[in-house]
Design a protein around this ligand. Sequence first.
Ligand SMILES: Cc1cc2nc3c(=O)[nH]c(=O)nc-3n(C[C@H](O)[C@H](O)[C@H](O)COP(=O)(O)OP(=O)(O)OC[C@H]3O[C@@H](n4cnc5c(N)ncnc54)[C@H](O)[C@@H]3O)c2cc1C
Length: 417
Amino acid sequence: MSRRIVIAGASMGGLRAAEQLRAAGWDEEIVVVGDEIHPPYNRPPLSKDLLAAPGSREEALAAVQLRQRRTATDIRWRLGAAVTAADLAARTLTLGTGEELAYDGLVIATGLRPRRVPVPGPTAGRHVIRRLEDTLVLHGELKPKTRVVVIGAGFIGCEAAATAAGLGCQVSLIEGTGGPMERPLGRELSAGIRTFLQTHGIDCVAGKRVTEFLDVPGTYTEGAGRCAGVRLEDGTEVAADVVIEAVGSLPNVEWLAGNGLDLSDGVLCNEHLQVLGAEHVVAVGDVARYPDRRAGGPARRVEHWATPADTAKIAAPALVARLKGDVVPEPAAPLPSFWTDIFKTRIQGVGSPALADTIEVLEGNPSRPWEGTALAYYRDGRLIGAVTAALPADRQLHYRKLVNESGIPAGANLAAV
Ligand SMILES: Cc1cc2nc3c(=O)[nH]c(=O)nc-3n(C[C@H](O)[C@H](O)[C@H](O)COP(=O)(O)OP(=O)(O)OC[C@H]3O[C@@H](n4cnc5c(N)ncnc54)[C@H](O)[C@@H]3O)c2cc1C
């Protein structure tokens, strides 16, 4: 009888896992179960080009849909079906329909969902950006002169603020505790990005958290009305027609509860992406927490577009080897990479800049990132990351190569290498 690998989650991680299972020689059954009704699609445009101009629903989907590799044949897609529970000892999953689905191998690819701002107030008029529908609904509300409050100044918050400003909205960016993209990029570049946002008319509010969503400014009636603004911790009120919450994400792991796994931040895996405490189970993409063999430090999740492909290339061969009784191949040590686009200026990163203890400017002036700059990120004296802004692709490739080869101590003239 044919054996079955089930992939839970039908986005980029699910697709890349299916492709890599076939590439690793799995010629038996593959079933992908996803709770969204759409085939796998690309999320980065949801806060950028697509939010600015999605076109019709069909055009929007066509613009973001991911192409399946020709080698990824004979995959059964169960879309619009959530996995609600798992019994890893019995190797069965329960779907929202009540159906039980048995597996021989399991790939966890259920990604993340947006975290909400945990303060009281009305919910209507508040948005998040994770799914295609989020972008289509939000776009419909972003008209010229609309007052938009964006809460959170990470990648998605800054991108959404820039897109809304580009559509002629009056945008306030409530940064919260850190500056724009400060955690991944560091304080100096963050300050430059704030200046960049401000020169495009965005009101950046630093160092103040939101304590309440307002109904009519100054008042709040429990459960009633549409959100009309926010109150900050110093009592200031910021009026809004539209509020966008961009304060990070939560891993979709509840369906795995009761199996004795470490689900404290995603699913804890080893360097082969095998889930610790479960046999024949691997995880890929944003939901996987695994050791960073390059930068060191504790296992962590990497929430970037390249992660589903990077992790699937390790997880799929490991799972197939286990199921076939072969030796699990030596895992690669993926080099993380990411990008963001703010007002057509591309900021690109490689490695793990967020883990740095020392940052060095290599090119340009980080306080004016739109003119072109590059920074190196070190941990314990070793180069672990680099970020460029508004530089040509060959400069980014140059720094990528250096980080890939690493072992370079602070103070070396990297720009000239
Ligand atoms: C708005 C936005 C902009 C981004 N921009 C960039 C960028 O510019 N650069 C960059 O590097 N990265 C960017 N990213 C990050 C990148 O898109 C993600 O890292 C990537 O999508 C992760 O893919 P994934 O498959 O692991 O998870 P997800 O894309 O989250 O997919 C998980 C899938 O599983 C489904 N699912 C969840 N629970 C269940 C369940 N119980 N049963 C069945 N299905 C389930 C979900 O609905 C979803 O379809 C962006 C992300 C967003 C949201």
